[in-house]
Design a protein around this ligand. Structure first.
Ligand code: ADP
Ligand code: MG
Length: 365
């Protein structure tokens, strides 16, 4: 059993924050794992995480610490999940995608591009007797509906549970990709399909949870054996309180739905970490689509990393504190992921891939 990896990341002050002279930086670094957070009332809070990335931290550092070990596991058939959490404007999407998924200099590439590059580099250098297949899916959870970002006509994807493979997205588009460029072009088209709107917190904040799914399938041609790992990257919608966004009507409904699913995520984390010792208590995964999709990641069969993104500014202290407290609770989640092997007969010949297998144990949610 190992804990999930929890990191905090503080972005640089924005130009708006910098121009406000009464605004101070409220994070005071101790070292790469500890810092003091001073809130608006000058009260000190000490936080410790597996790693803290301060404003000068590079995208490459975040990738190497957070994603690279998980990518290595996914290649070996162990599922992995990387989640960015935080208020709108805190740097979640920047950490995932950099300023743009396709037109981006090397330095600012995010976790998604680096993961894609890392995956194809690994394949290039690997033994020729192993055949790799990489498949991409991309969905968003918007107003409690799972939408296929590669095919917008699939706007209400149902979830199924397989005893062997965990939670599956029924009928989701899977695109086979053979190089980084192709993968990123497809992901860029998925990103363009996201529901994006304006709130007072951020000019173009996304009010949906965005989920990238990479399936890495290996076929050991000599041994006639298959192995598959799933790597899931989740760019969550902003965690700020609905009333702070100044939203009304549909936008307020969206904000409330986001708050509800993030509360469900918090409740799942609480249930996983605060249960009575030795007893298996009820974990409310079914309370939202988000927690249902993240069930494998949080419930143990995945190596999981959480990046808590924060503004360094005192003007955002209360939201940052709430993000950091969320991360502190998540540190106590235990996981013991295992590789999933699929036999050739019942999966590959019939269906081409492990993850489209019609499993008798699947259940509609
Ligand atoms: P979120 O997805 O959490 O709403 P964004 O990732 O869109 O926030 O970040 C908000 C703004 O801050 C963007 O303009 C982004 O480019 C900038 N930003 C965020 N993190 C960093 C960082 N580490 N370095 C430089 N700019 C950043
Ligand atoms: Mg974003």
């Amino acid at each position: 059993m190992s804990n999930i990896t929890v990191c905090a990341r503080f972005r640089p002050l924005s130009s708006k924050e910098r121009s406000n002279h009464d605004d101070n930086v409220c994070v005071h670094s101790i070292d790469t794992e500890n810092f003091i957070f001073k809130d608006e009332k000058e009260e000190d809070f000490k936080f410790s995480f597996d790693r803290v990335f301060y404003e000068k931290s590079e995208q490459a550092e975040v990738y190497e610490f957070l994603a690279l070990p998980i990518l290595g596991d996914a290649i070996n058939g162990i599922n992995g999940t990387i989640i960015t959490y935080g208020q709108t404007g805190a740097g979640k999407t920047y950490s995932m995608e950099g300023p743009s998924i396709v037109e981006c200099d090397e330095k600012r590439k995010g976790l998604v591009q680096r993961t894609v590059d890392g995956l194809f580099e690994y394949i290039k250098s690997s033994d020729e007797s192993v055949k790799y297949m990489i498949k991409l899916s991309m969905v968003e959870i918007y107003m409690e509906k799972v939408r296929d970002l590669f095919d917008l006509s699939k706007d209400n994807i149902q979830l199924k549970e397989s005893r062997v493979q965990g939670i599956l997205l029924s009928g989701v588009t899977e695109i086979s990709v053979f190089n980084s460029g192709e993968a990123l072009q497809n992901l860029a088209s998925g990103i363009a399909n996201r529901a994006v709107g304006e709130t007072q917190m951020n000019m173009a904040s996304s009010r949906s949870h965005c989920i990238y799914i990479f399936t890495v399938q290996q076929e050991f041609t000599k041994e006639k054996r298959m192995k598959a790992g799933k790597l899931v990257l989740v760019d969550l919608a902003g965690s700020e309180k609905a009333e702070k966004t100044g939203a009304e009507g549909r936008v307020l409904d969206e904000a409330k739905t986001i708050n509800k699913s993030l509360s469900a995520l918090g409740n799942v984390i609480n249930a996983l970490t605060c249960g009575p010792p030795g007893k298996t208590n009820h974990i409310p995964y079914r309370d939202s689509k988000l927690t249902r999709i993240l069930q494998d990641a949080l419930g143990g069969n995945s190596r999981t990393a959480l990046l808590c993104c924060c503004s360094p500014s005192c003007s955002n202290a209360s939201e940052s504190l709430s993000t950091l407290r969320f991360g502190t609770r998540a540190k106590h989640i235990k996981a013991s992921p295992h590789a999933y092997h699929c036999s050739e007969e019942n999966n590959v010949k019939k269906h081409g891939t492990c993850y489209t297998t019609k499993d008798e144990s699947s259940e509609r949610i």
